[in-house]
Ligand binder design. Sequence first.
Ligand code: 6GU
Length: 226
Amino acid sequence: MNIHIISVVPELLESPFSHSIMKRASEKGLLHITLHNLRKWAVNEHGMVDDYQFGGGAGMVMMCEPLVNAIEELNNKHSFDEIIYLTPDGEKFNQSIANNLSLKKSILFICGHYKGIDQRIRDHFITREISIGDYVLSGGELAAAVIVDAIGRLIPGVLNDETSALFDSFQDNLLAPPVYTRPEEFRTWKVPSVLLSGDHKKIEEWRYDQAVERTKEKRPDLLDND
Ligand code: 6GU
């Protein structure tokens, strides 16, 4: 999968994709992430990419010209399946959107800043608008990091059997069950005996029951969803 990200602070995104699973995905050639600095398409030598909003009001708006030039240049070269604008007023991100996006070949993410981008860009170029939750971040970069991580790990071959995404929380609208590792007893606190029984069918049943209990207790909203 090819992911391109346009941002005014691409440096913010260098670290999140350089470690652990995301790093492995790039090394295996399964995920290519390219960061683009919007200032490259600035309207003047001062790197101008935003301006005051018509009608008055506090806060700057990202201008049409730099972003449209950037989007058109990149889209001509890479022909994106989706051009996604990251914004607090977008559709709320979840595992089902992550699953859907992980099947795409090529995605362009646009990180908003300030008061956001000129509406005409949204009207004419953006295919999807996504938010990562009901709170406001100072820019779309951290949201891009969250979304790219969530979809990157779903690309076939990125995770191995041990880290398989099939058993993640949310894949079946259930939270994941509790997990334990050695030692079997720590300060008198014991690991549930079923996990040491070697009876795989019983272990599966226990995990499922625990997942349902946990979901009822912490996230009952997930259970009334279907
Ligand atoms: Cl995608 N962007 C910004 N700026 N704030 C957010 C967000 C995105 N999602 C939640 N809050």
